[in-house]
Design a protein around this ligand. Structure first.
Ligand code: AMP
Length: 141
């Protein structure tokens, strides 16, 4: 049913739980799996008001992300051309990729936040709103 699944991972120790779920869905649906990580622009973190060239730091973050995706790609059998590192806001980039790559299911992790924490928002929430395909929020335990 799902021909092309996009799994979005942060690079924390929680990523394998999300990958595991996506890999099982791939088996069940005989889908192609696309793996992505979105590197947030370093300027955002510093409010853009530090007078220094952040290009090198940005490049290093991008490279570290590519290496990490390659390692997961190896482990979960995702071809190199299906591993995508982009720069931007995770929600927007995930939506863009889903459209461009004709994805029919997006898999993200979710902490199942409630109450006050929910008000702070989450990537899973952001991805769900405005997605043009199904979204699976894999519960992180
Ligand atoms: P969060 O709401 O930030 O705790 O993230 C929940 C889930 O959103 C993660 O398990 C990932 O599936 C996805 N996610 C968060 N940040 C990123 C990112 N920078 N790139 C890709 N996916 C992400």
């Amino acid at each position: 049913m799902y021909k092309k699944i996009l799994v979005a991972i942060d690079l924390t120790e929680e990523a394998p739980q999300v990958l595991e779920k996506a890999a099982r869905l791939r088996e069940a649906h005989e889908s192609t799996l696309v793996l992505t990580h979105v590197v947030e622009p370093v300027g955002y973190a510093y409010g853009g008001d530090i007078p220094m060239d952040l290009t090198e730091l940005q490049d290093q973050l991008g490279k570290a992300a590519k290496d990490q995706l390659a390692a997961y790609g190896n482990q979960y059998n995702v071809a190199a051309d299906q591993q995508i590192v982009t720069v931007g806001r995770p929600e927007s980039e995930i939506h863009r990729l889903a459209k461009e790559l004709d994805i029919d299911l997006i898999v993200v992790g979710s902490h199942g936040r409630s109450g006050f924490q929910l008000l702070l928002g989450s990537t899973a929430n952001g991805v769900l709103h405005g997605a043009v395909c199904d979204v699976l929020a894999a519960r992180i335990t």
